[in-house]
Design a protein around this ligand. Structure first.
Ligand code: F6P
Length: 320
């Protein structure tokens, strides 16, 4: 049994721990593992390399991905998928494991449905925007990175008596903002899943100032339909004497050593994935619900709708 393995899309802390789990899990069950460099681009270009136990030594704690990654426009076409499939046949690959987010798993599903290739998806993205799993690999690390940044920003915001808007990643998903905002005691959290009212934000900030509060932190997810700069401008206009700053955290949220939670999630789902291949399953997305590792056919997993962590939103509404 020969397995192909790639990481694709935005990298996420814990991808390396997941690569390690698939490689060592596969070897444990007597499989051969071929890493494919630079995601679906490398697949199309035939950039394959055989992996052994030693090739994944000393990586469990490293951010990024040793297999490297890419966003492949070519693999979004039937022609690109066919070229990728030809490479898989040439290298006699029986099953392909893809680690990545929504785009990566969608590409994997299309490969499976167009060619019949056995494809398995593991959720590697900081965004936490895959509905079939409670958590994605990289999300917890990213939240903790944002939390640490909030702590630093709070110090200086408080010293200067400023309001600071901290913009975080997540595409159309507000989970990084919600989790880091709740854990970091932010005054306001803006997420794409919930409409906001500028009057309410101003009222809340003003009430804090009237109580003598020297600073405020607003966590804004990047998918919210107002730019952070525009929001800062509006708040400055509407609150007399207020100084509003913007911090866009950007790519620091995607790097760094993965947390224990992410390493454990990566290890558990990676090994389960190999076991599904061994059991003869044709395709699956592997994730976690509660403390149970789960799997669904790729098409089923991708059609699920996300619940947007409603309980977190409720607690935020009570505490903020
Ligand atoms: O999907 C992960 C992510 O970091 C998003 O949160 C962000 O919007 C996007 O990738 C950035 O993509 P790129 O690396 O192509 O700039």
């Amino acid at each position: 049994m020969r397995i192909g393995l790639l990481t694709s899309g935005g990298d996420a802390p814990g991808m390396n721990a997941c690569i390690r789990a698939v490689v060592r899990g596969g070897l444990y069950y007597g499989m051969e593992i071929f890493g494919i460099r630079q995601g679906y681009e490398g697949l199309i270009n035939g950039d394959f390399v055989q992996m052994g136990t030693a090739s994944v030594a000393d990586i469990i704690h490293r951010g990024g991905t040793i297999l490297q990654t890419a966003r492949s426009a070519a693999f979004m076409t039937d022609e690109g998928i066919k070229r990728g499939y030809e490479q898989l046949q040439k290298h006699k690959i029986d099953a392909l494991v893809v680690i990545g987010g929504d785009g990566t798993l969608t590409g994997g599903e299309r490969l499976h449905s167009l060619t019949g290739m056995r494809v398995f998806g593991l959720p590697g993205t900081i965004d936490n925007d895959l509905a079939y799993t409670d958590f994605t690999i990289g999300f917890d690390t990213s939240v903790n990175t944002v939390l640490s940044a909030i702590g630093n920003i709070r110090d200086t915001s408080s010293s200067h008596g400023r309001t600071t808007i901290v913009e975080v990643m997540g595409r159309q998903c507000g989970d990084i903002a919600l989790h880091a905002g709740l854990a970091g005691g932010a005054e306001t959290i803006l997420i794409p899943e919930k409409s906001y009212d500028l009057d309410d934000i101003v009222k809340k900030l003003q009430a804090g100032r009237d109580r003598g509060k020297r600073h405020s932190i607003i966590i804004k997810a990047e998918g919210v339909d107002i730019s952070s700069e525009k929001l800062a401008e509006t708040l400055t206009e509407r609150m007399e004497g207020a100084e509003v700053k913007v911090v866009i955290l950007g790519y620091i949220q995607r790097g760094g050593s993965p947390t224990a939670r992410d390493r454990i999630l990566a290890s558990r789902t990676g090994v389960r994935c190999v076991e599904l291949i061994k059991e003869g399953v044709s395709n699956a997305a592997v994730g976690i619900k509660g403390d149970t590792v789960v799997d669904y056919p790729l098409a089923v997993a991708l059609a699920m709708e996300k619940d947007s962590h409603l309980e977190y939103q409720r607690i935020c509404d009570i505490l903020l």
